[in-house]
Design a protein. Structure first.
Length: 107
């Protein structure tokens, strides 16, 4: 993680990093599988989801968005926006058949 420029946001950024781009972070699917470009360029992708692609294009973009917040409350709100956008994009990519979830059963 890059050097934190706003120490009061350290907890927010640490949480975002772990949830979004850590070893098991949901954002990694976008970068490792090129899903951002595939979702963004798909003809059926709604405009609001194309805009969300810009927000989660990389961890650095998301971090910058959070760091631009005027205060800690807004930083938390922006962090939640990033995670919500990520979940919405993953769901949309699944709907488009670009990804699928593997489920295992104990049967």
């Amino acid at each position: 993680m890059d050097q934190i420029q706003r120490p009061e946001f350290e907890t927010v950024l640490t949480t975002l990093h772990q949830s979004f781009s850590g070893d098991r972070g949901v954002g990694r699917a976008f970068w490792e599988k090129g899903l951002i470009e595939r979702v963004e360029s798909h003809a059926l992708t709604p405009h609001r989801l194309k805009e969300a692609c810009g927000l989660v294009r990389s961890y650095e973009w998301a971090e910058h968005y959070v760091l631009e917040a005027p205060d800690l409350h807004e930083a938390w709100s922006r962090s939640l926006e990033v995670l919500t956008a990520t979940n919405n994009l993953l769901a949309w990519a699944s709907e488009l058949g670009l990804i699928y979830s593997r489920s295992t059963s104990a049967d």
